[in-house]
Design a protein. Structure first.
Length: 266
């Protein structure tokens, strides 16, 4: 089944697009877990070295969003896989992930990544037992973007840099409005993409979000930039509470997303 991609421009910068259909056939390794869970994947291209600080930062980010969502939903949130972060090594170099040999346009980085993960048997789209948040230690090209949908979210090296407090590297000649420093913004970004994987859309067509203030605050619009000062609409909360990936009884730990994560030599 072919995939359909959509893009949205907001206040001068390109927002991440949403994936609605299946990219292609894939298989999932391992047995189906007893309860639906979220797996973070730290994907290492062949020419990148593993960074323990990146692994810790990715886990910190997803656990922070887990607690934020629990607060927003007054208790329920998502379950993390064990281990929370799975390190996966690719035989492709970093430049391959942004190449346009196989795919073109805004979706190329996302589609290259999911093609590689499918080839390795790491993910399955719309898996009833798993959602996958993929951090690729590779930069997307100018005009490309991260994305979330069909059960898989993919983000690039700037997300790892942002979570680790490192300098952001603009994809184009000039940074856009989303390529900003601050760990909280990059947690908001993966949270935005994760919620796409369980069905939330950009609420720009919702009657409840037709003001500039709503669009600036809504996590599924521009609010990921000012996270954790972001909101979910009541209709979004209702939709999330119907998802099998959102459950009660998950213990979370609220922490300051500006907290410094100790670095290690990379």
């Amino acid at each position: 089944m072919a995939a359909t991609f959509g893009a949205m421009t907001m206040h001068g910068f390109r927002a991440a697009f949403v994936v609605f259909g299946l990219i292609g056939a894939a298989v999932s390794g391992g047995a189906v877990s007893a309860a639906p869970s979220v797996q973070v994947i730290y994907l290492l291209p062949a020419d990148r070295q593993e960074s323990e600080s990146y692994r810790r930062a990715a886990e910190f980010g997803v656990r922070h969003f887990q607690a934020w969502l629990s607060d927003a939903l007054r208790g329920p949130t998502f379950r993390l896989a064990d281990p929370a972060v799975r390190i996966v090594r690719s035989e492709k170099n970093a430049a391959w992930f942004r190449s346009t040999d196989r795919h073109t346009g805004y979706s190329a980085f996302y589609r290259n990544t999911v093609d590689e993960l499918a080839r390795m048997g790491v993910v399955r789209f719309n898996d009833p037992a798993s959602r996958f948040l993929v951090y690729v230690d590779a930069d997307h090209a100018c005009g490309q973007s991260g994305a979330g949908g069909s059960g898989v979210a993919v983000v690039s090296a700037n997300d790892l840099r942002g979570l680790s407090g490192e300098r952001i590297v603009p994809a184009c000649d000039r940074a856009n409005g989303a390529e900003i420093a601050g760990r909280c913004r990059w947690i908001g970004g993966i949270g935005h993409e994760f919620l796409h994987t369980i069905g939330l859309m950009h609420p720009d067509r919702s009657p409840a979000c037709q003001t500039a203030q709503c669009r600036a605050e809504a996590l599924m619009m521009q609010g990921y930039i000012t996270y954790p000062r972001a909101i979910l609409l009541d209709e979004e909360k209702a939709q999330l509470l119907r998802s099998p990936f959102i459950e009660t009884g998950i213990r979370t730990e609220a922490r300051d997303c500006t907290e410094v994560i100790a670095s290690s030599v990379r």
